[in-house]
Design a protein around this ligand. Structure first.
Ligand SMILES: [Zn+2]
Length: 439
């Protein structure tokens, strides 16, 4: 049957590429995926899925780092101007851009697939050496680019939706397709988990194009080693003063932030496993002869386990507070993203391998059982939710030749991976439905 699926998916290839290119041309960053989500919802409805969106699938209170009302309004307007459905978009007001489509055929297990939809805050390269530019599908949205392949993930997700709808007679269970906003900055999964998106899920699969599988035809069946992480903004507020006449009257936020940056990096690494700390942004000051009254640090901690990350973040909070106190400035610390550690279940990874081995596209030597991500992905929050209730989950990596690394302005992937991706996920859903319910 997998060969038949591979054939059916191959017949969808042009449509998959068109959809991917359309999404690539109109990328949307976290919490502003209005056009993308409205197109997903419309396509799922058209394929016969029961669709839930907005408040039903995203918990407003758990959303972190949401753009301002004005920014959201501007993005909604742009989404409509670029062809998004205005009625659907209105239901996502406030940045509630998650969508879930569900198809129930029989009383077998609930199998969920998760696809992320957001783009990166990045200007796309604009020259003839860059294929999206040469072939006319480069980003038309300034400062935003699909530089991680999530445009491909959405195309694959909708392809799976359509393929499974065609094969409805063979399903015995419920397929739940979760389209998640805001994976970048690990912001979108938590609010969907809190809204109950994973309730009742027996088996969960997710995946990524490229990344640690940088060649077309490669496949990693069960990625592990997701690092737990906390993203934070630390805003220091001091007092401005004349730098020549009355520096003693000032309170120097720049020095507090600079001191914090050095000492954050001086936090010892953790003895029980991998840990990371990084200050990625430090902006401060207003004028050459003004004692700097403002400074902003954007930073992150990571840990091989959630406990190690929590320990790193606790130490980071002490350093930030200490630096603020040392310079007599105020500190406002905001958590802007969070994810946990995680491992795919080998049992489910083995199911992915069996499905892939039956396909012509993947050479057996290119199929790996497991690999550590050594990065963070908020899929781990969904995985933890499913596993904590007795379900199984796995995260696969669908190999693709890459024009440049992820999050690079010249990123592009090999679209030949799209159709096999559809066939593989669809086959895995059917195979999961043969397994016993777990939740
Ligand atoms: Zn990504």
């Amino acid at each position: 049957m997998i060969k038949e699926m591979e054939r059916l998916a191959a017949g969808m290839e042009n449509g998959l590429i068109d959809r991917r290119r359309d999404l690539h041309r109109c990328p949307e960053a976290a919490w502003t995926e209005f056009r993308t989500a409205s197109m997903v919802a419309a396509a799922l409805s058209a394929a016969g899925y029961a669709v839930r969106l907005g408040e039903d699938v995203v918990c407003r209170e758990s959303m972190l780092d949401v753009p301002t009302e004005e920014e959201l309004a501007a993005h909604m307007e742009r989404a409509v101007a670029q062809g998004g459905d205005p009625d659907l978009i209105a239901r996502m007001a406030g940045g509630l851009t998650g969508v879930i489509g569900e198809l129930t055929c029989g009383d077998g297990p609930v199998v969920a697939l998760r696809f992320d939809m957001d783009a990166n805050d990045l200007d796309e390269a604009c020259d003839q050496d860059h294929r999206p530019c040469r072939e006319g599908f480069a980003s038309i949205n300034p400062g935003v680019m699909h530089a991680c392949g999530h445009d491909g993930h959405v195309a694959v997700g909708l392809g799976v939706a359509e393929l499974l709808a065609q094969l409805k007679d063979r399903l015995n269970g419920t397929v739940r397709l979760i389209f998640q906003p805001g994976e970048e900055g690990v912001r979108g999964a938590g609010p969907m988990v809190d809204a109950g998106a994973l309730d009742g899920v027996d088996y969960l699969l997710g995946g990524h194009i490229g990344f640690r599988a940088p060649r077309t035809g490669q496949l990693v069946c069960g990625v592990g080693g997701f690092l737990a992480t906390t993203k934070f903004d630390a805003a220091f507020t001091g007092v401005a003063a004349h730098a020549g006449a009355a520096p003693e009257q000032g309170r120097n936020a720049l020095l507090a932030a600079a001191s914090a940056a050095l000492n954050l990096h001086a936090i010892p690494r953790h003895g029980q496993g991998a840990s990371r700390i990084s200050v990625g942004v430090l902006n401060a000051g207003q004028g050459r002869n003004v004692v700097p009254p403002n400074a902003l640090i954007k930073g992150e901690t990571r840990g091989e386990t959630t406990e190690i990350n929590d320990c790193m973040f606790d130490r980071a909070k002490e350093v930030l507070a200490g630096a603020a106190q040392m310079y007599g400035v105020d500190l406002a610390l905001t958590e802007v993203g969070r994810s946990v550690s995680g491992q795919s279940d080998p049992e489910l990874a083995a199911l992915v391998r069996r499905a892939a081995e039956g396909m012509d596209f993947f050479a057996p030597a290119d199929i790996l059982d497991a690999l550590d991500l050594r990065g963070s992905e908020d899929f781990a929050l969904m995985l933890a939710e499913v596993q904590s209730r007795g379900g199984l989950g796995a995260y696969l990596m669908l190999g693709s030749d890459l024009a440049a690394g992820h999050h690079n302005a010249r990123f592009d992937f090999d679209e030949r991976c799209l159709a096999p991706g559809v066939a593989l996920f669809a086959r895995c859903v059917l195979d999961c439905m043969e397994l016993p319910g777990r939740v």
